[in-house]
Design a protein around this ligand. Sequence first.
Ligand code: 6PG
Length: 255
Amino acid sequence: HKDRELRVHESLDELSTDLADYIAELSEASVKERGVFTIALSGGSLIGLMGKLCEAPYNKTVDWAKWYIFWADERVVAKNHADSNYKLAKDRLLSKVPIIPSHVHSINDTVSAEEAADDYEFVIRQLVKSRVISVSDISDCPKFDLILLGMGPDGHVASLFPNHSALEEKDEWVTFITDSPKPPPERITFTLPVINSASNVAIVATGDSKAEAVHLAVDDVGSDSPSVPAGVAQPLKGKLVWFLDKASASKLEGS
Ligand code: 6PG
């Protein structure tokens, strides 16, 4: 059984309000239950669409000190490089709210992609041991409270690209690629087992260029396996929410 919800919005403004509400509610629930909120970000337009979190009422009501922040994927570039997902989130979001700096887990930008992936997995393992990050009850994987994903027109999520071997990774929590079809080529990424062990996953996809991939990922297109990576992002025990606008939802069956 798939716990999946589609939220199709009339405008980006409406979508961003709903996204801020959704994140604030999950944060409140996690803090109440476990005293912390573990959230993984991605890059792209998602970060701009999260902008309302820096404004009233969220800037005051969200318990920012309880947030532990991770990246579902990151480009292997310096932290102050224009391509860095960390820099994007820091400039647009994290610098505007009272996050605790030691809770922000960006990648090691001084080593190779392979080492950066290993280091990141090690950091996550330590935080699982100390129970900051929960453990899945169905695998030994970390169970993030929320993993936020964008989706490319090719249907990639995190840095899991169509037909790439990284999609098949079953053992590692974090893997690396050096041949990304979208530049820059070197990236680290959460693997599918980690994405699908989360309590909540949201995929945020807007605009015409995403319509075909949304259709392939969401509709039962009649093949045995979904044809895009976003179609296999489905937490086994958790909940998936798609945040769409009219344009990205325009090719869904029944629309
Ligand atoms: C990257 C991007 C990428 C992005 C999607 C959707 O690492 O290259 O972060 O994975 O999340 O391509 O991006 P948009 O929402 O900006 O279209």
